[in-house]
Each structure stands twice: as C-alpha cells, then as structure tokens.
Design a protein around this ligand. Structure first.
Ligand code: NDP
Ligand code: 2IT
Length: 450
C-alpha cells in the first residue's frame, strides 16, 4: 500500500515555485487551479495518494529547439522554438502555437497547463499542449514569415502527428502561418493528414473555426447572463485586442444587439462612442490580417472615435467586458474600475488576461466572471471538430458547425454551474477548474503509475 503524500496547499505551491524558478506565469496558473482543486480533493484520498495534481503540473515533455532562418537582407537569424506537451490522458496533445517576442518557457507552460483543463471541459477527446517561438511577425515580409514557419516545422514535425499532438494558431499565428507550416509538414512527411487545425477551407480547414473563439466567448457570456436572468441585447461592451478573438467577439456582440465601444492593440485602444458596427469590424479585420497596420488607424477612417495611446480600455464605462488580447492585461485597479463603473459580466477571450488580484476583485464583487479556460474554449472545441472531419474525410457545413459550437458552449456553462454554484451564485473559476480536473484525473487514475 502506497504511503499518502497529503501535503497542504502552501507546501504544494512552495514545491511548484522551487521546481520552476522564475516561471511567474506558470506559477500563477497553477496557483489559480490548485486553490480550487485542494478544496475539491480534500476528502478524496485517492487523488492525493496518486499525486494527481503534482503530475498534472509537471509537463509530460518540454521540447525546446533552435529555429534558424534568413531574413530578406540575408542576415542569419536565430529564434527559440518550443512545444510543451503537458498531458495526454484523455486524447492527443492539442493546443495552439504562439509567435510573439514575449514567448518564454514559462508562458507556454502556463498555456499548456490551462489548455489541459480547457480541453477537458469541451468534453472532446483532447489532451493539453502549447507551442511557439520568440519570433515577432510584425514588420516581416510574407517570405520572411514563410521561411521562419518552414524552419520551425522542420524541427516540430518529428514531435507531432494527428494521433500524437495537433497544434493550431494563437497570437501571431493565423491562416497564413498555418498554411506555411502545413505545407512544410506535408513536404517533409509526404503525408496529408489532420496534423494542424485552423487550416484554410481549401485544404481541410473547418467552417466556423476562424469565428469560434470570439463567438464562443460571447455565447459563454450570454449563457452566464441568461442563467442570471439577463441578456446581451442593449448592453455596452468593452473589448481589448483587435486580432482573431477580439474581432469575432465584437461581431457576435453586435449581432446580438449589443454595442461595442472599444478595441485595442499593444499601442493603445480606440474608443468609438457610436459603436463599432459590422462595417467597422470588417475594416479592422482587413487592417489587421491584410494590411497589418495599427489600431490607431481606425481613427483616420471613423471620425467619431478617439485613440488612447499606451492605455488599456478598462476605465471606459460598460455593462460587459471581454479581454481578448493577452495574459495579465487586466490588473486589480482595472478590475476595481470596471466594478465601480457597474460591469455586469466579464468573459475572457484571452488566456489568463486577469491577474490573480483582479480575479479576486471580480470574485468579491460577485459579478458574472467567466475565466478563459471555459469562456474561450469554443476555439479548441471547433478544432476538435476539425480533427473529426479530417479523420472521416468529410466536411460539415457552416450551419451545422454553428449549432455544434452553441451546444458545446452551453455544455461547458452547465459543467461550470454543476461544480461552481453555491447559494445562488456561480463561481465559474471553481466550476471550470473542478470539472476540467475531474475527467483528466480519473483517466490518470485508470492508467496507474505512468
Ligand atoms: P492575434 O494575434 O490574432 O491578436 C492578438 C491581439 O492581442 C492583437 O490585437 C495584439 O496587438 C494584442 N496583443 C498581443 N500581445 C499583446 C500585449 N503584450 N499587449 C497588448 N496587446 C497585445 O491573437 P488571437 O486573437 O488569436 O489571441 C488573443 C488571445 O486569445 C490570446 O490570449 C490567445 O491565447 C487567446 N486565444 C486564442 C484562440 C484562437 O483560437 N486564436 C483560442 C483561445 C484563446 P498587436 O498587434 O499590437 O500585437
Ligand atoms: O488557447 C487556445 O485554446 C488556442 N489557441 C486554440 C487551440 C486549438 O488547438 O485550437
């Protein structure tokens, strides 16, 4: 009989900090999960005895590699690439690839850890992984991006596969980059298979995948509001970011009769009191994915709007807030400003956009707060559907996928309510953490000591 190692939360976290020195984002993500899981497993000795949480917080594999490429001026450039394979208990590793100068092992480990819970919540058979590189696509030519993507895949291909690990997009990785990487994988392996998701419609991509994360985050918000007896219609929304997630979140809020007031990028935010209509959203999509310009250019086009350089949008009074840019973009003071100005619901399109202190402000104020691992799971859920379509060599239509996304987000909301509701209030963080944990943990118990 194994001797139980039933350490308390503080001792557990001290161990995580000691084993991952300086990895602040990773430690933050584990802390946020561990505080809920400790409450849940308090009377469940089997999880302690099998060291389940400790095993989940130790990635199965951290792969790090050199990515060498040549820029347009024939300079040789060297970047660091990664793939973190966190946990494959319930399915192949699955999660995006991020190209951004801020990418470090800590950032990708936090994302792979979060992804494990998120993917479990979808109910689909996907484990958790994440990858990326400290490559900055901004200002690079298409051929530079292509050469970088090809070099990145020249190492990555040996670690992935449709039943092993299936990457997708994330910050700095959209349709263009996925195309270059898929082409290189196919060239090296001579296999056409569903090894990446977020592919173009012409070569096995799923309908609804581009929209899925942003739409899903709004559906999650809609579900939270509905559960509390409210609706999106007629409400004002503040959104950060202006990439894939932000623009599609803005689109769905607008379609549901809400009014979007802001969008942002790393240079600042734009505030449009008239509301960011579909026509304006289309302009932003074109600006960001084709022209690859800055959000400040919005104000040259639409005169009623103002640009706030170097600022984030959380001081703008609103009913709904959707952080859709990056981690730790909403701090304690900003959360307090939102609450003071009467925000009703926050739905996180980004991963861990709110600091631990900010989350506490939302928690104490008892507002409707949907954490990223639940609220933005629509993207990876439709990625899971893309994998199914590729395996079956068929494709489903837009309408069918739209219905499936709606149902998946309802299912995730229900799981959060099941594990997070207490005295008429839903703690969505707790609900998401426990529901996500339980499925992976029970699968790990079934495997014994591996
Ligand atoms: P994009 O690359 O399409 O857009 C990213 C946006 O965030 C840009 O507006 C970018 O501005 C801004 N941004 C990035 N880094 C920073 C920063 N350090 N400070 C301020 N703004 C920043 O990425 P996505 O829309 O795909 O991703 C946004 C978030 O959503 C990320 O947290 C991602 O992990 C998460 N997510 C994405 C999913 C997907 O399917 N794509 C699925 C689930 C979550 P700039 O152009 O100035 O860099
Ligand atoms: O954070 C995320 O869930 C993503 N970037 C999408 C992952 C995926 O595999 O579609």
């Amino acid at each position: 009989m194994a001797v139980s190692d039933h350490v308390d939360l503080a001792t557990f976290m001290a161990g995580v900090k000691k084993r991952n020195p300086g990895q602040t984002e990773f430690i933050q993500a584990v802390q946020e999960v561990a505080q809920d899981i400790y409450g849940f497993i308090d009377d469940k000795e089997e999880y302690h005895a099998a060291q389940i949480l400790r095993r989940m917080a130790e990635p199965d594999r951290v792969i790090s590699f050199r990515v060498c490429w040549e820029d347009d001026n024939h300079n040789i450039r060297v970047q660091r690439g990664y793939r973190i394979q966190n946990n494959n208990a319930i399915g192949p590793y699955k999660g995006g690839i991020r190209f951004h100068p801020s990418v470090t092992e800590s950032v990708l480990k936090f994302l792979a850890f979060e992804q494990t819970f998120k993917n479990s919540l979808t109910g689909l058979p996907m484990g958790g992984g994440k990858g990326g590189a400290n490559f900055n696509p901004r200002g690079k030519s298409d051929s530079e991006v292509m050469r970088f993507c090809q070099s990145f895949m020249t190492e990555l291909y040996r670690h992935i596969g449709p039943d092993t690990d299936v990457p997708a997009g994330d910050i700095g990785v959209g349709g263009r980059e996925i195309g270059y990487m898929f082409g290189q994988y196919k060239r090296i392996t001579n296999r056409w298979e569903g090894v990446l998701t977020g592919k173009g419609q012409e070569y096995g991509g799923s309908q609804m995948r581009p929209e899925a994360t942003g739409y899903g985050a709004v559906y999650f918000m809609q579900n939270m509001l509905k559960h509390a007896g409210h609706d999106v219609e007629g409400k004002t929304a503040v959104i950060s970011g202006s990439g894939n997630v932000a623009t599609h979140a803005a689109e769905k809020i607008t379609q549901l009769g809400g009014k979007v007031l802001t969008l942002s990028d790393s240079g600042g935010f734009i505030h449009d009191p008239d509301g960011i209509s579909q026509e304006k959203i289309d302009f932003v999509k074109q600006l960001k994915t084709v022209k690859r310009g800055r959000i400040s250019e919005y104000c040259d086009e639409f005169k009623g709007a103002s640009f706030h350089e170097g600022k984030r949008p959380w001081d703008v009074t609103c009913d709904l807030a959707l952080p859709c840019a990056t981690q730790n973009e909403l701090n304690e003071a900003e959360a307090a400003a939102l609450v003071k100005n009467g925000v009703q619901a926050v739905s996180e399109g980004a991963n861990m956009p709110t600091t631990l202190e900010g989350v506490k402000v939302f928690h104490d104020a008892k507002i409707l707060y949907g954490p990223g691992k639940a609220a933005n799971a629509g993207g990876v859920a439709v990625s899971g559907l893309e994998m199914s379509q590729n395996s079956e060599r068929i494709s489903w239509n837009h309408e069918r996928l739209g219905e499936m996304l709606t149902e998946l987000m309802e299912g995730i909301h229900e799981k959060c309510v099941e594990y997070g509701e207490h005295d008429g209030h839903v703690d969505y963080v707790k609900g998401a953490n426990i529901a996500g944990f339980k499925k992976v943990a029970d699968a790990m118990l079934a495997f014994g000591v591996v």
